[in-house]
Design a binder for this molecule. Structure first.
Ligand SMILES: [Zn+2]
Length: 421
């Protein structure tokens, strides 16, 4: 029985056309290969897992491919050079992790080796990962070679922290800032891998995995691997995956949001307890609610919410909710959530604060809309006879509203006095 190859390894891109979510970078690099106009040093920056070293390796392979021609920038993946690329003893592509080789001596080895031509092929290539970890003296030593590099040398640097690299170095490299691919793109990629692997998974499940991957295709594929292990008959079940990831999915959070928006205090709290029982992080839940209130506000004002905030499959549901809620209410709820986040951070009662935040918001959502009331007041009752609109007193919410209206009227008249004075 042959050893199992993890999906993240099996589906690691071997050609530029297989790279997901880095179209601009790939376009510039393949254009540079075609026109033979890539400089001696390139720097790939971006978060962990966005594909920096993957692109660097494909580029190294393409530059050394024996079938390289001006029309096709892709490595052929068939010639001896391409086939031997990942094997030990492939001496003309040297990979170094600067996190564990930070000193000037480590860099000196690179510099000395760069003076010699490659054993075969046109280029000798140095891939330096986490290059920002090099010491100051190591950077200084490297700088001389970067200023006058031998024509057969290419440096491919990767970093998660560009700002830690000296300006003297960054000004001598061609820079590529790789963005995290959004959740929808990752979900699409996972879906195509599932098709090829005979794994059954619905869109909701893949969206959940894509969200947990947080911009890293590699992490997405690793989670998919684990998900298959906890599933039966290669069919992924969202419940298993929720348990496995220890998270609640977005639909749960929208359920909770809906309950507080429509003032169902009791169900809000029990839904919250159900979610916190799984995910364990109150801060995450409150932040996710804030994300959705932001998304609702966007939808209400015909602005497209960014894809990293909200996955595409939730938009129809949120759109429907947004039609039933006033913009002013969303704005109030937003402020209450943000204030709640601060309370959570500074008070030592993370066990009860979130429930109080939700109760407060659900209660406020049940109050009549202040804007509408003010309109009614002005139209039907005139100022300041505000109490006329409530014939039957005794309802808490109405009393609360009256005192709110009272306050609003006071503010209004103060502002007017100031203006007049
Ligand atoms: Zn080749």
């Amino acid at each position: 029985m042959s050893a199992y190859v993890p999906l993240a390894v099996k589906y690691r891109p071997q050609r530029f056309c297989e790279v997901v979510g880095q179209d601009t970078t790939v376009r510039i690099i393949t254009g540079g290969i075609r026109k033979n106009r890539l400089g001696p040093a390139l720097l790939f920056s971006g978060a962990r897992g966005v594909g920096k070293t993957t692109i660097a390796r494909i580029l190294a392979k393409a530059l050394r491919c024996e079938n390289r021609d001006a029309d096709n920038p892709e490595p052929c993946c068939r010639c001896d050079s391409c086939l031997n690329f990942s094997r030990d003893g492939y001496t003309d592509v040297i990979e170094m992790d600067a996190a564990s080789n930070t000193g000037v001596d480590d860099v000196r080895e690179i510099i000395e080796s760069s003076a010699y031509r490659p054993t075969f092929g046109d280029f000798k290539i140095f891939i330096v990962d986490e290059v920002h970890m090099l010491s100051k003296s190591a950077f200084n030593a490297l700088l001389k070679t970067l200023e006058e590099p031998p024509p057969h040398v290419k440096f491919l640097f990767a970093t998660t922290e560009t700002h830690k690299i000296p300006k003297t170095v960054t000004s001598r490299v061609l820079r590529f800032d790789l963005k995290k691919p959004d959740g929808n793109l990752i979900a699409q990629h996972l879906s195509s891998v599932c098709n090829r692997e005979g794994i059954a998974a619905d869109a909701e499940t893949l969206a959940l995995i894509a969200k947990a991957a947080d911009g890293s295709i590699r992490d997405g594929l690793s989670i998919l691997d684990q998900a298959v292990n906890v599933s039966e008959n290669e069919t992924l079940s969202i419940c298993h995956i929720k348990d496995m990831l220890n998270v609640s999915d977005d639909n749960d959070t929208v359920d909770l949001l809906e309950l507080i928006l429509f003032a169902d205090i009791k169900s809000s709290v029990s839904k919250y307890r159900e979610i916190i029982g799984r995910s364990g992080s109150a801060e995450k839940i409150i932040n996710a609610l804030a994300d959705f209130v932001y998304a609702l506000t966007c939808l209400k004002t015909n602005i497209t919410p960014p894809e990293q905030i909200i996955s595409e499959n939730l938009i129809p549901r949120l759109k429907k909710i947004s039609e039933e809620i006033a913009l002013s209410s969303l704005s109030v709820i937003w402020q209450m959530l943000i204030k709640g986040t601060e309370e959570l951070r500074f008070c030592d009662r993370a066990d009860i604060i979130p429930e109080m935040i939700l109760i407060r918001i659900a209660y406020a959502s049940g109050l009549p809309d202040l804007g509408k009331l003010m309109n009614n007041l002005v139209q039907d009752n005139g100022l300041p006879e505000n109490k006329k609109i409530f014939r039957d007193e005794g309802d808490d919410r109405k009393t609360e509203t009256i005192s709110l209206v009272d306050e609003a009227l006071k503010m209004f008249s103060n502002a007017k006095t100031e203006q007049d004075g």
